[in-house]
Design a protein around this ligand. Sequence first.
Ligand code: R2B
Ligand code: URA
Length: 333
Amino acid sequence: MKSYDEVPVVYDDYKPPKSADGRVHLSNPHLADLESDTLYHLALGTSTHNLEDMFGDVKFVCMGGTVKRMHEFAKMVARELGLDGGEGDAPLVDLTAASNRYSMYKVGPVLSISHGMGVSSLSILMHEIIKLVYYAKCTNVVFFRIGTSGGIGVPQGTVVITQQAVDELLRPFYELHILGKIVRRPTDMNEELIEELKACENSDRATSEYQTVVGKTMCAMDFYEAQNRLDGAFCSFTLQEKMSRLKEISEAGVVNIEMEAITFASMCRSAGIPGAIVCVTLINRLEGDQVNTSKAYLEKLQQRPQELVLKFIKKRLQMMSNGVNGSTSEEHH
Ligand code: R2B
Ligand code: URA
């Protein structure tokens, strides 16, 4: 039988040098050969839209799974920053409505975008959004993923800031198959951004309704079997085996499991864009698999990462208005 195990592995840890002008500099020489670039899944393009006019002032790109959550986030940002688009104003316009794929709202310097579920959906969006901020000549942009996850050993409703993203085998790589090779790219997060976010959390931890923790996030290719769940359409392991694996990954420092972290982390790193992942836990996986808490309560929990990121945005905007440019230096690895 043909062996499928002899595939070359390439470790690609390229990271662009820190940008001198704050702009994103992409390392794809082919882009310069394009007469125009169609951002197909956003229904935007360099010859059909003036991307610089539309998006040149963007500083914070916030992504999350669902249309509803990202619409709510955009409204929350509008209300809190006193910009158009909060309740009572004209409704926010979905700038990517024509794509019928994602949704995107712009409130001042903030973009709020839905990315769908899983690595593939996020990856397509990130390629096009990274190109969008590049063509729009945005400066000192920060990316966030504001998401949901399953917690391991932390109470429901805990907010987790990702320290490192790992795959289901606990490897700190985003693995792609390119030109018949396995390409592995690192998934480290931006440490300064984590510190800055932590500094924004509720100052009174003792009386806080919930905890904000920093830990590893496991990114799975599937919600069920790949997250060690017993309740999918198929399952080939026992409850004991599941519990022992969850214990193992918890001992390795994993605090939550979701489905996009390795891609988000790696693509931010490759673009030289500081990025952070903030997720709330909808369930404690040591207690079960089914997410069956009321929708209304789950929606309330989903505001927690949004609130933290909004505090960060407000603080950064304050710094900028005081003349600090808000750039986060990128270490060279
Ligand atoms: C968290 O929630 C979704 C699955 O329910 C997925 O997008 C993720 O990462
Ligand atoms: N999202 C996930 O990917 N897993 C969970 O357990 C909950 C939300």
